[in-house]
Write a protein that binds this ligand. Structure first.
Ligand code: DGT
Ligand code: CA
Ligand code: CA
Ligand code: ZN
Length: 580
């Protein structure tokens, strides 16, 4: 079992314990264990097998958890989890994903109605029975119904970064098979879409058929959906992500890659263009209509070129004007991850981050960055131990001090300042004036009506110390839509005031969404791509933000943190002297 899966077993047991109302201390120990295991660089299974070592050496794993881990390795579950599953069926966990329902409510619903499924919950709301329970009412029923509808829409999709971890695992697995040449992930994954429905993997080489056989015998494949000569489909892991693997001949690899990368809409557009030019395009190649001769197929470039087009980067293949642009040689030169020179949104143990200022700075330096901004939370986020004015100014002093220690990158003092309900900044202007890079973000009162939310964001942009608007729509992928506001007005105002729009690279946000990025760019807005890291490993999420920016047609010049340090300072202006 992979660490990720072990972590999931622990986390879901913690959730069930919470529904059962058990001791918060024990619940927390499972949660801590889950996150320790998920982030652990070595496989837990390997450590368990090694008699000379003990998992209790991993921070966050005590004796109790260690014996649970032993059990998991032996039989895929552990006693505590089995007990919990006897009391509450696993469908109760699904209910936790419905907004507005916490563990206590779920327990109450189970105790009163013996309902533990989403369908059952929906019925309770429709029959107006939920409101008969203490502290629940008609408003909650409405909210739950809305949330169920949204949950259904997103169910069965997976975050891009999860798909990436599976794609990597499989690339390594197939790469070890003799005679396998190319292993390439296509589909929405290759297009960098924020969520994927399934993973499409293409394999070439004399070992490709063997790879299909091995795929369906992969230790984490739980359900084989189909296996033929050229294709196998299966669900992997506890999460049940579907993976389609195809074995392809080398001479049509480009055509297949093009076809299976999609999107469907892009492919339709491209096929129509081919027909008008006297060709037919399929997953086997580009053929002349008159004599069925294959004229292209080995590479994608060959296909696009023969159709009179520049090669179109996968992120643009959504039939949103990219085919015409490619025909006129007008595709933007898209930003790439290597263009990024700094990361301007991250947290430390000063608020809710899990690493110290120094650890974060060193990790960023090791990534080769020229500069970063440390942006811990402000006091409105009391749960995150947000900073008040005094702490913010004092911490800024520590940050600037660090610049004198010769770390090899420039550290800007910053803050992720909460935007209050009325649009005012959470901290006084005097304190904000002491900081180099203030990101303003909404974290509460997200259900305001559109005009109120628009005014709130416009007011935030008016604050002269604000450099960027953090995760501007507030969406959480597969979980919560962005809030309602007049995006165009906000984007225009940000452009005018020189406030950057953040593209938050955190895999569960990827906020701004690509269509809004494109809209804002046409309004003249500029952008910053930031990881919002709460741990050094999150700094590696930058490429998800870059993929999102590419899907929004951005070039390096649209994104401020592609600038070299001196130019960056000039561009954001008014940064305080570092004391160097
Ligand atoms: P997903 O998996 O829902 O995130 O989205 P995709 O784009 O990966 O879709 P998927 O896995 O169904 O198919 C992969 C690509 O294969 C798709 O983008 C285009 C191509 N494709 C699959 N089925 C069809 C089809 O029936 N018609 C056309 N034109 N293309 C198809
Ligand atoms: Ca797919
Ligand atoms: Ca597929
Ligand atoms: Zn935030």
């Amino acid at each position: 079992m992979e660490n990720r899966e072990i972590a999931q077993l622990l986390a879901e047991t913690a959730d069930l314990m919470e529904i059962a109302g058990e001791d918060p201390f024990r619940i927390r120990s499972y949660r801590n264990g889950a996150s320790a295991i998920e982030g652990y660089p070595e496989r837990i299974e390997d450590i368990l097998k090694d008699a000379a070592r003990s998992v209790t050496q991993i921070p966050g794993i005590g004796k109790g958890l260690a014996s649970a881990l032993e059990e998991i390795a032996q039989r895929g579950s552990f006693e505590r989890r089995d007990q919990m599953l006897e009391r509450y069926p696993p469908t109760a966990l699904e209910m936790l994903k419905i907004q507005g329902l916490g563990p206590k409510s779920i327990r109450l619903i189970w105790e009163h109605f013996r309902v533990s499924t989403i369908d059952g919950l929906e019925r309770l709301c429709r029959e107006q029975k939920l409101r008969t329970l203490p502290r629940m009412g008609a408003k909650l029923e409405e909210k739950v119904l809305r949330s169920i509808a949204q949950y259904r829409q997103s169910a069965g999709r997976f975050l891009l970064h999860f798909a990436e971890s599976v794609a990597r695992e499989l690339a390594e697995y197939f790469g070890q098979i003799h005679g396998v040449e190319k292993v390439t992930a296509a589909g929405s994954f290759r297009r960098g879409k924020e969520t994927v429905g399934d993973l499409d993997i293409l394999i070439t080489g004399p070992g490709a058929a063997e790879a299909l056989d091995r795929f369906v015998r992969h230790p984490r494949v739980h359900e084989v959906l189909g296996k033929g000569e050229n294709k196998a489909s299966a669900r992997m892991g506890l999460e049940g992500l579907q993976v389609d693997v195809r074995a392809l001949p080398e001479e049509s690899f480009g055509a297949a890659l093009q076809y299976f990368t999609g999107s469907k809409e892009h492919n339709i557009g491209l096929r129509n263009r081919a027909l008008k030019m006297g060709y037919t395009l399929s997953e086997y190649g580009l053929f002349r209509l008159e004599d069925e001769k294959r004229v292209a197929g080995k590479s994608e470039e060959e296909i696009y070129t023969t159709l009179g087009l520049e090669w179109i980067p996968p992120e643009l293949r959504e039939n949103q004007g990219e085919i015409d642009a490619a025909g006129q040689g007008l595709l933007p030169c898209l930003i790439a991850t290597k263009d990024i020179r700094g990361d301007l949104h991250m947290h430390t143990t000063e608020s809710d981050g899990r690493a110290t200022l120094l650890e974060m700075a060193e990790a960023a330096r090791d990534l080769g960055y020229e500069y970063i901004a440390i942006t811990d939370h402000s006091k409105a986020l009391a749960m995150a131990n947000g900073l008040d004015e005094t702490r913010a100014v004092e911490f800024a002093r520590q940050v600037r001090q660090l610049n004198q220690d010769g770390l090899g990158l420039r550290i800007f003092s910053g803050l992720e300042c909460d935007i209050r309900r009325d649009g005012k900044m959470d901290l006084e202007e005097d304190a904000l004036a002491e900081l180099d890079f203030v990101v303003a973000s909404v974290h509460g009162y997200m259900n305001l009506d559109a005009s109120e939310m628009t005014d709130r964001l416009l007011a935030a942009i008016e604050c002269r110390h604000v450099k960027a608007l953090g995760h501007p729509t507030g969406r959480l992928l597969l979980h919560r839509d962005g809030f309602h506001f007049d995006f165009e007005r906000v984007a225009k105002s940000a452009a005018k005031r020189g406030v950057l729009l953040e593209i938050n690279a955190s895999p569960e946000r990827l906020d701004l969404p690509p269509p809004l990025i494109r809209q804002a760019q046409s309004c003249g807005a500029r952008f910053v791509i930031s990881t919002d890291a709460h741990h050094p490993k999150h700094l590696h999420n930058m490429h998800f933000g870059v993929a999102t920016a590419r899907r929004g047609w951005l070039r390096a010049m649209d994104v401020i943190n592609t600038l070299p340090l001196a130019k960056f300072e000039e561009a954001v202006g008014g940064t305080r002297d570092s004391g160097r």
